[in-house]
Design a protein around this ligand. Structure first.
Ligand SMILES: Cc1ncc(COP(=O)(O)O)c(C=O)c1O
Length: 465
């Protein structure tokens, strides 16, 4: 064990790396498990273990690991032309990728701005809204409406829009222009039906607009499902009703598809095909390259752009960009990734397996300690509570869930730990049998840990893994 703890990588991590979400009291005292290689849906640890990658890295490894086509495209582009300044040069990969993505986005979202990841995509989308309203001569129309439990990233602006309040302490977040609505978490409906709950969420939005003044609100920013906030799937019809209100008050609707884009919900983008809305702007990242290299971006409506370009530009310049905007190597990786997804029908495969995945998760619902299960496409979660009648979890529930995650890890499955949730969003190439394996491991882990906590009889009937 000491050997492992003192291995070169772990020691270097422990002594020199500051990771995202670092518990500062433990800085320099711990190190994460070290991965050495990966193939398909599996990753390998330094100590020789092979694990199913339940969260697909960070909801991003759509086509899985070891895909020669993407690796070759990256190497080829790096050798041919590794970089060009997006300020004054064009490259084939960036141009072709924008053209390709425009065929996958809904409606007239045909113009693409490339960024370096999801946070910078959200940041750029919001900066575009600022620019848009200034050019339109409406400098007061700048507020952004977001939701509690939403997650939008780690730049100053994206973090300010993030409604996971646990991320706020000790950062001076400037939220003077940002207004938070209730989380659309169906479990918060209480005694109300889902339809009544939705009516209340819609009423809250309209009354907020009336309080603040529609002429002060630039954008509504929303993930189709609130992923990092807890795989929260809003009540049916939520997005369409919010979009109709946005239209009424000339508020731009930004759909943050950083997680849901590129097949995760069984469609290239979830906004229209799964949730029934054509947004004004879609942000994307993660699955666009299946995580092989960093890339993000936004797709903007032509109708929206027409209001601030050409004869409506009023001499303006959209001066927002990054050295690595449209990076040729990243764009080449994305093109190869999308080509692979199309060739192998990976989006259709994810759509076909969604029912099997949902049924597998539902089969866990009767285990003691399971409060809720939910999924869309190939993203889902199991909520674990020591007392399943509770709506909000306690620290003890979170510790209970962490134990389940750890037991899954021992049994060969990585689960994304997220408070009281075991989150699973596997590589989209996962097979039916592999989904069954995931569910069997989760069943065994939840049963065993539940028994440890005295929650009902251990149910090992289907636990053979
Ligand atoms: C919905 C959403 N938006 C934005 C981001 C930020 O993306 P990135 O971490 O690539 O900056 C994330 C990250 O998980 C996300 O889930």
């Amino acid at each position: 064990m000491d050997d492992v703890l003192n291995s070169g990588v772990k020691r270097a991590m422990r002594d020199h790396v500051l990771v995202p979400a670092q518990e500062m009291a433990r800085l320099g005292k711990t190190a994460q498990p070290v991965l050495t290689r990966a193939e398909g849906i599996h990753v390998h640890t330094e100590d020789g273990r092979r694990l199913i990658d339940g969260p697909a890295g960070m909801w991003c490894a759509q086509v899985g690991y070891g895909r020669r086509e993407i690796v070759d495209a990256i190497a080829e582009q790096a050798m041919t032309l590794p970089y060009a300044s997006p300020w004054y040069m064009a490259t084939s990969p960036a141009a072709r990728l924008a053209e390709k993505i425009a065929t996958l986005t809904p409606g007239d979202l045909n113009r693409i701005f490339f960024t370096t990841g999801g946070s910078t995509a959200v940041d750029s989308a919001l900066r575009f809204c600022e620019f848009y309203n200034n050019v339109l001569g409406r400098p007061q129309k700048k507020r952004i409406i977001v939701r509690y439990d939403g997650y939008h990233g780690s730049t100053a602006l994206a973090a300010a829009c993030t409604g996971r309040t646990g991320n706020w302490p000790n950062f001076d977040i400037r939220q003077d222009r940002i207004s938070f609505l209730s989380s659309p978490n169906p479990r918060h409906a209480g005694n109300r039906t889902q339809a009544e709950f939705l009516d209340d969420l819609v009423a809250e939005f309209e009354s907020r607009i009336k309080d603040l003044g529609g002429d002060t609100i630039a954008a509504f920013l929303a993930e189709p499902i609130l992923a990092s906030g807890g795989v929260i799937i809003p009540p049916a019809g939520y997005h369409a009703r919010f979009k109709a209100i946005c239209e009424k008050y000339d508020i731009l609707y930004i759909s943050d598809e950083v997680v849901t884009g590129f097949g995760r919900c069984g469609e290239w983008f979830a906004s229209e095909k799964v949730f029934g809305v054509v947004p004004d702007i879609i942000t994307f990242a993660k699955g666009v390259t299946s995580g092989y290299v960093p890339l993000g971006g936004l797709a903007i409506s032509e109708r929206v752009l027409a209001r601030v370009s050409g004869e409506n530009a009023k001499g303006s310049w959209f001066t927002n960009g990054y050295t690595y905007t449209g990076h040729p190597v990243a764009c080449a990786a994305a093109l190869a990734n999308i080509a692979l997804m199309e060739r192998d029908g990976i989006v259709e495969h994810a759509r076909d397996l969604a029912g099997h995945f949902a049924a597998g998760l539902r089969s866990l619902a009767d285990l003691p300690g399971v409060a809720d299960v939910r999924s869309v496409g190939l993203v889902g979660c199991v909520q674990c509570l020591l007392d399943t009648s509770r709506v909000d979890s306690t620290d003890a529930d979170k510790a209970f869930t962490r134990e389940i995650d750890e037991r899954c890890f021992e049994l060969g499955l990585i689960v994304r730990p997220l408070g009281d949730l075991c989150v699973i969003s596997p590589p989209l190439i996962i097979t039916r049998n592999e989904i069954d394996e995931v569910i069997a491991i989760m069943r065994r882990a939840i049963s065993e840990v539940g028994t440890r906590h005295g929650l009902g009889r251990q149910d090992m009937k289907q636990a053979a893994v």
